[in-house]
Design a protein around this ligand. Structure first.
Ligand code: AMP
Ligand code: ZN
Length: 430
């Protein structure tokens, strides 16, 4: 049932002791980099100074801007001779944030993914089709190494060519897939073209993540493919996937506390919040050698679930990511998260696979329009009035403002290369 029983079920006191111990080691390693030598000197913090969790709050946060300002090698702790891999985040503006790994880092990371996959029920006997971008993006190679370590047969097919993806699934009897939730929905549109039913495939498990999605989207994917879908969370700054993952109970993601120290803070004040309160997730790499990062502000909003999990793992869980601190929309003074819209849309059976949110300024007022794809069986051009009314009302009740809803046929909206980008804020342009 466990990949590493001892560490996954370690008692809370021992786990806390381990975290403090590893935090001091992380400080020691971090202070070998130019960036942290300066940072830690400024606040007079030395390795060994951390005696309890409260002491940690004296260490300054690290932000994405810090990584950019010290690009490319400012956080590196060792000669490049010992560095074997680089990855980078999917951001499109400014210097990319790059992360370096030595051999131990890659081993640790692969092990965390093997542990996560095993927790979701993946075994040696599985055939794992990795439908994720290989290359600088961490989703492809991260899972690839993890699934290999676990011993599954890995198909490194990467993204693209949906018909070929389905052909591979059929011919090689793929049992586990890893894909973006937005792509999972899109790929399903090809089932019809190829006359495939979920029963024709051998799929059991999907790992979905790397982008925000709702419980309703997960359910939709599970129903469309007739499988179990597990949420996977990570970010390049913390290696990538393998930071937090769902267990069989699918009720929050166990965050691997032996490798990452987690805190939730108030994003406005930086104050550390107690377990259960929602705020911004802050993470520290406890084991990374080449490029440790202390108290990294992820900008992801969630809360810590500290109640024990039925699976017996002691590592606390984080709730599904609600959004990012920077993706809240303010529409005529009303705060809206795109995930609220997705949640409603994906609970409506007639809704297809995609949607787009656009915000414009019209006569000094913000207008939000939501274009929604309707599945082929329910889309009737010019006869969608009652469906239109139903969707508009449901959305209005959820978000508290009146949206302009457009219903379009399945496949009408532009497709994404990589992670879904479904919000266009055009207010600054007009
Ligand atoms: P990147 O470093 O480019 O892979 O992007 C990492 C970001 O993707 C995270 O900070 C989150 O905002 C988002 N992300 C990753 N996994 C999830 C997930 N399971 N749910 C929601 N957002 C996610
Ligand atoms: Zn669990």
């Amino acid at each position: 049932m466990y990949w590493e029983k001892d560490i996954e079920t370690l008692g809370r006191d021992s786990l806390n002791k381990l975290i403090i111990d590893r935090f001091n080691h992380a400080l020691e390693r971090a202070s070998k980099s130019l960036f942290y030598t300066k940072r830690l000197n400024e606040v007079a913090i030395k390795p060994g100074n951390i005696k309890n969790f409260k002491d940690i709050s004296n260490i300054p946060f690290t932000t994405k801007q810090d990584l950019r300002d010290n690009f490319p090698y400012g956080l590196l702790t060792m000669p490049l001779d010992n560095v074997i891999r680089m990855h980078s985040s999917s951001g499109t503006t400014g210097n990319p944030t790059v992360i370096f790994h030595n051999q131990n880092d890659i081993n640790q990371w692969s092990n965390l993914l093997a542990r996560s996959l095993y927790m979701a029920g993946v075994r040696k006997s599985d055939i794992f089709q990795n439908i994720m971008g290989y290359g600088l993006f961490t989703g492809g190679l991260g899972f690839h190494y993890g699934a290999e370590k676990l011993g599954s047969l890995v198909i490194p097919i990467a993204t693209g060519n949906s018909d070929r993806q389905l052909w591979f699934m059929k011919e090689f009897k793929t049992t586990v897939v890893h894909f973006l939730p937005s792509y999972a929905l899109r790929l399903h549109m090809h089932f019809n073209d190829q006359n495939i039913k979920p029963e024709d495939l051998h799929l059991k498990i999907a790992c979905i993540g790397a982008e925000p999605h709702t419980e309703e989207t997960r359910k939709k994917i599970e129903e469309l493919y007739k499988i179990m879908a597990y949420n996977s969370y990570g970010l390049s700054e913390m290696n990538g996937p393998g930071v937090a993952f769902e267990c069989e109970y699918q009720n929050g993601m166990h965050l691997w506390e032996d490798n990452y120290y987690m805190e939730i803070i108030n994003p406005d004040t930086g104050e550390v919040l107690p377990d259960g309160e929602e705020g911004e997730l802050v993470l520290t790499t406890l084991m990374r050698e080449a490029m440790p990062i202390l108290r990294y502000r992820t900008r992801d909003l969630t809360r810590i679930i500290s109640e024990p999990c039925k699976c017996g793992r002691t590592h606390r869980r984080i709730d599904r990511i609600k959004g990012r601190t920077d993706d809240m929309l303010i529409i005529n003074g009303v705060n809206i998260f795109p995930m609220q819209i997705e949640k409603k849309l994906m609970s409506i059976s007639e809704v297809g696979h995609n949607y787009l949110i656009e915000i414009r300024k019209d006569n000094f007022l913000d207008k939000i329009s939501i274009t929604v794809e309707i599945s082929n069986e329910h889309f009737k051009p010019n006869e969608n009035q009652s469906l239109h009314h139903k969707i508009t009302e449901l959305l209005k009740n959820e978000i508290g403002v009146n949206p302009i809803v457009n219903l379009v046929a399945s496949g009408s909206l532009p497709e994404f290369q990589g992670k879904a980008d479904r919000v266009k804020d055009l207010r600054l342009i007009n």
